[in-house]
Design a protein around this ligand. Structure first.
Ligand SMILES: Cc1cc2nc3c(=O)[nH]c(=O)nc-3n(C[C@H](O)[C@H](O)[C@H](O)COP(=O)(O)O)c2cc1C
Length: 150
């Protein structure tokens, strides 16, 4: 079974709620899971040969929540090529804003640029359509749990 680090970017707690749901479901599927609500480069590097699940909302005008800015910046500035990394991405946003799920897409673009392998499709959760983000997240997480087990 896989080791999974869940790296969270949140302002109001929605992304953390999704992360806690993911922690429960992934653990139930037999995976070893840890949540990082203020992830560091050191914790990220541990999962480089395992799995990272990034769950971030978007704030400002397509910006990252403060809690995940240092991690994103450190990966961008210090990591470089990381083709051995497997990751998943859940982006929370609100389609009434211009840069819908902008932070999630920016993180995904960086990891793609660095050669990392995304497992599954990026999940966008629109707060306008889904006031309870876990309704959309649960089936995606269950599928992701299967993908990383195979
Ligand atoms: C001040 C503010 C700015 C926001 N800016 C964006 C944005 O640019 N793009 C987007 O898709 N969503 C935006 N959102 C919506 C949030 O990403 C969405 O409500 C999300 O569910 C919040 O999750 P969180 O509680 O984990 O921070 C914004 C919300 C607020 C309150």
């Amino acid at each position: 079974m896989a080791k999974v680090g869940i790296f969270v970017g949140t302002v109001y707690g929605n992304a953390l709620m999704v992360a806690e749901e993911a922690e429960t479901l992934l653990a139930e599927a037999g995976h070893e899971v840890k949540i990082f609500d203020e992830g560091t480069l050191e914790s990220w590097q541990f999962y480089r040969h395992h799995y990272a699940l990034v769950i971030t909302s978007t704030t400002g005008q397509g910006n990252f929540p403060d809690s995940i800015v240092p991690l994103f910046q450190a990966i961008k500035d210090q990591v470089g090529f990381q083709p051995e990394l497997h990751y998943g991405l859940i982006a929370l946003g609100d389609s009434s804003y211009d840069n819908f799920c902008g932070a999630g897409h920016t993180f995904d673009a960086l990891l793609q640029e660095q050669g990392a392998m995304r497992v599954g499709e990026l999940l966008e959760i629109d707060a306008l359509q889904h006031p309870e983000p876990e309704t959309l997240a649960i089936p995606w997480i269950k599928k992701w749990a299967e993908l990383i087990a195979s």
